[in-house]
Design a protein around this ligand. Structure first.
Ligand SMILES: Cc1cc2nc3c(=O)[nH]c(=O)nc-3n(C[C@H](O)[C@H](O)[C@H](O)COP(=O)(O)O)c2cc1C
Length: 183
């Protein structure tokens, strides 16, 4: 699939078929994350591949009650928990290098997009799940400080390929000329 097509046609997928995502496919997704750019190549990411059915249910139970990704996650053949080491990107010798203390979120975001686009390219789909009880989910998966559990990615074969996504802002709405505020 062409990159442009992948970017424009990737959608969050919340309905999966019964298809069992193979270990090779999961490896391809993780390899896409592996080649992501990151702060000073710190590669803060850690991924938990969850196959155990009971654990999948327990993880899904930490989602916000009305989370639209609940159902597809419960029935998914795999969940990927995306975790990161909080004090690596943006830090040197333990000292914060810029205003921001959460560059790990930025790096994880890039890695997650690589995973999402690769899933789409493989004929699979995923949805980023961030609305959950992070403390509870981290405890369940044994993720401890200085690591953070940030999002869950259920992966599966889409029941349908939706072309249209939720409405986007126009380019002119978010683009500024020379200085912020000049439209
Ligand atoms: C950081 C982040 C967290 C998200 N959390 C959830 C979530 O908890 N549940 C859900 O169903 N979708 C979640 N989404 C998916 C967004 O709702 C979706 O990407 C957005 O509506 C645009 O739709 P599209 O991905 O189909 O283009 C999340 C997306 C991101 C990037």
């Amino acid at each position: 699939m062409e990159l442009k097509e992948a970017i424009l046609t990737r959608r969050s997928v919340r309905k999966f078929t019964e298809y069992y995502v193979t270990d090779e496919e999961i490896e391809a997704l993780l390899n896409a994350a592996r080649w992501s750019p990151s702060w000073a190549n710190t590669q803060c990411w850690e991924f938990i591949v969850i196959r155990d059915k009971n654990l999948i249910k327990e993880v899904t139970d930490t989602y916000s009650e009305t989370n639209p990704a609940r159902k597809c996650s419960e029935s998914a053949s795999v969940l990927i928990a995306v975790c990161g080491k909080r004090d690596l990107p943006g830090f040197k010798d333990g000292i914060q290098r810029t205003k921001f203390d959460s560059w790990f979120m930025f790096d994880l975001g890039i890695a997650v997009q690589n995973i999402s686009l690769t899933a789409h390219d493989l004929g699979l789909g995923t949805v980023v799940v961030g609305s959950l009880d992070h403390e509870k989910c981290a405890r369940l998966l044994n993720v401890k400080d200085p690591y953070e559990l940030v999002v869950i990615l259920p992966v599966g074969k889409p029941v349908e390929f939706k072309k249209e996504g939720p409405k986007r802002r126009e380019i002119s709405e978010f683009t500024h000329k020379d200085k912020f505020g000049n439209k």
